[in-house]
Design a protein. Structure first.
Length: 73
């Protein structure tokens, strides 16, 4: 890439992306994240339970597939 193309590309990028102004956060986000995690208890969706049941049924019906399943975990 020639020097002129390099300068044109740099100019185009500077025009496309305006200056960010204030680059640092005004507050710490970690306490807010911990508060949100404490508010909501962890729930397991129904499809996770269905998947567990399906894998258990698969293991009961064809035990020779258990090593294949363990290999992919």
């Amino acid at each position: 890439m020639s020097e002129k193309n390099h300068e044109d590309l740099g100019r185009a990028l500077r025009n496309a992306l305006p200056p960010m102004g204030q680059a640092e956060l005004q507050r710490d986000l970690w306490p807010h994240l911990l508060r949100r995690l404490e508010e909501r208890p962890g729930r397991v969706p129904w499809f996770d339970w269905a998947l567990i049941a399906l894998v258990a049924l698969w293991a009961l019906l064809s035990p020779q597939m258990i090593p294949i399943l363990l290999y992919h975990l």
